[in-house]
Structure formats: structure tokens, C-alpha cells
Design a protein around this ligand. Structure first.
Ligand SMILES: Cc1cc2nc3c(=O)[nH]c(=O)nc-3n(C[C@H](O)[C@H](O)[C@H](O)COP(=O)(O)O)c2cc1C
Length: 171
């Protein structure tokens, strides 16, 4: 396992837009018995209810959603460029069908009992504050439904999870 240091949130210098859109992240949830992870590029960092928060958006169909819903925590892990193929794989295969960690040779690590991916270099540990299912009646622009929730994804809506950032780890 790698050594991680707590990273003070006031020292953050990256651009959250390029980090999410270009580098992506793995969202991991579960416990020591079983955990799952998926690639995500939608999300954000900010402030809400007096806390520093991360927000993520997870579709109904994702196996990872079951782990997020059943637990209290999730983590967001960022990686160096050599893990891009692993992130592609975690975003294409489902943990329902295969053991993605074994196949991609990535390892689970834990802090405060929260699972994260040991090969990551920047880890955001979160405690769930809110889970908000986003449904068609919430869209104010018709193109959202057309573009993102039609065909096979007709009812495959996203849930927005707001998590308090408990700790950031870096190595
Ligand atoms: C670059 C990229 C970004 C993605 N972003 C998200 C996202 O923000 N939310 C989401 O629900 N799925 C997203 N996905 C799709 C999931 O990662 C994918 O469906 C994955 O296979 C789910 O795995 P699971 O069933 O093991 O949870 C993304 C996939 C890729 C490749």
C-alpha cells in the first residue's frame, strides 16, 4: 500500500473543470467486505451548509450506486496519466459482471473505514449529506432530457450526492 499524507484544503491549486473533464476520477464506495468503483467525469467541489463539499452524479443503473446508497461514505480518487486505460475500463465494465479491481490490477485502501483506490494520487474522502434523485420534472431545458435521457437511458436518471469532505489525501 502507498503512503498518503493529509492535504490541507486551503493549498488546493488545480483547476476543477479540467481535472474532472480531462482526467476523470474513480468514485468508490462500500466497506472492507466489499466495495466497488466507477469512473466519473461529472461532479464538483464547493461549499454548502457550512461545509466543504464534493458533489457527484450517479445513474440508477450503476452498481456503484448500490454501495453509495447502502453506506455513509464515498471517495473520489484522481490518478496520474498512466492509469487512463484503467479509468476507461472502470467506466465501461460493471462490477456486477466482473471484479474490476482484479482485472485492472488496482487495489483498495481504506482510511476512516472509507474505501479508496490505492494507486490514486489525490483522494477526497466524503461523508454523504444528501442524496437527491434528479427527475424529468426538474429539467428547465427540454434538451437535457433529449440529450441525456432518451433511448436506453430513458429512465436511467442521475442521483446527485452531496458529500462533506472529511479529508483529502495526497502522495
Ligand atoms: C469518462 C467517463 C465518465 C463517466 N462519468 C460518469 C458519471 O459522472 N456518472 C455516472 O453515473 N456514470 C459515469 N460514467 C459511466 C460509468 O463509469 C460506467 O457505467 C461504469 O461501467 C459503471 O460501473 P459499475 O456498474 O461497476 O458501477 C462515466 C464513464 C466514463 C468512461
Amino acid at each position: 500500500m502507498h503512503e498518503f499524507q493529509p492535504y490541507p484544503i486551503d493549498l488546493l491549486e488545480f483547476n476543477p473543470f479540467t481535472k474532472l473533464s480531462n482526467e476523470w476520477m474513480l468514485i468508490t464506495a462500500g466497506d472492507r467486505r466489499k466495495a466497488n468503483a466507477m469512473t466519473a467525469s461529472w461532479g464538483g467541489l464547493g461549499v454548502l451548509w457550512g461545509k466543504n463539499i464534493a458533489v457527484i452524479f450517479v445513474r440508477e443503473s450503476r452498481y456503484t450506486k448500490e454501495f453509495i446508497d447502502n453506506g455513509e461514505y464515498f471517495s473520489c480518487c484522481f490518478f496520474g496519466p498512466k492509469y487512463k486505460n484503467a479509468l476507461k475500463y472502470f467506466g465501461a465494465a460493471s462490477g456486477r459482471q466482473e471484479d474490476k479491481f482484479k482485472a485492472a490490477k488496482l487495489n483498495l485502501n481504506y482510511k476512516r473505514g472509507i474505501p479508496f483506490v490505492d494507486e490514486g494520487n489525490f483522494i477526497v474522502l466524503c461523508q454523504k449529506m444528501a442524496a437527491v434523485p434528479i427527475r424529468e420534472e426538474h429539467f428547465l431545458l427540454p434538451e437535457i432530457k433529449e440529450k441525456w435521457y432518451s433511448g436506453k437511458d430513458e429512465d436511467n436518471f442521475h442521483t446527485m450526492y452531496v458529500g462533506e469532505i472529511l479529508e483529502i489525501l495526497a502522495r
